[in-house]
Write a protein that binds this ligand. Sequence first.
Ligand code: UDP
Ligand code: MG
Length: 139
Amino acid sequence: MEGNFTLSIIKPRAVQKGFIIPILEKCHEAGFRISAMKLVQLTKKQVAGFYKEHEGKSFFESLVEFMSSDRVVVILFEKDNAVADFRKLIGATDPSEAAPGTIRNLYAESKEKNAVHGSDSDESALRESDFFFSKMERF
Ligand code: UDP
Ligand code: MG
């Protein structure tokens, strides 16, 4: 799995705005294949667990509130060099700094409501994948 997978989440505001399909289209064009996917509303506890590295930071409570406020799409993507290539495709965390044409540049509203999550390392991709999917759910 190492090097070939990354975990993404299409965040609540992008789902509400109808951006699921346009975002998946960008991922498809960039060569990402869907290995597992689900549409779910996460509990605050699940979000806090997923983002535990950020616990205690100024934006944490608001992030937990936002990410549990409505449905999200959780996707395990497969591609060579998946983590780095996906981070490049989505752009910087703050959409005002995200390069033109990146997913966050096109579909984010703010630094918090920045349309998508992308794993930051192979280690995170593995942890995040295990957090959401069983081995049987991956194709
Ligand atoms: N975030 C925020 N304010 C900040 C930094 C981060 O609201 O100052 C949110 C934002 O939704 C971001 C998530 O917390 O995507 C996780 O932050 P991280 O620094 O890991 O950014 P990412 O890896 O998503 O680019
Ligand atoms: Mg991160």
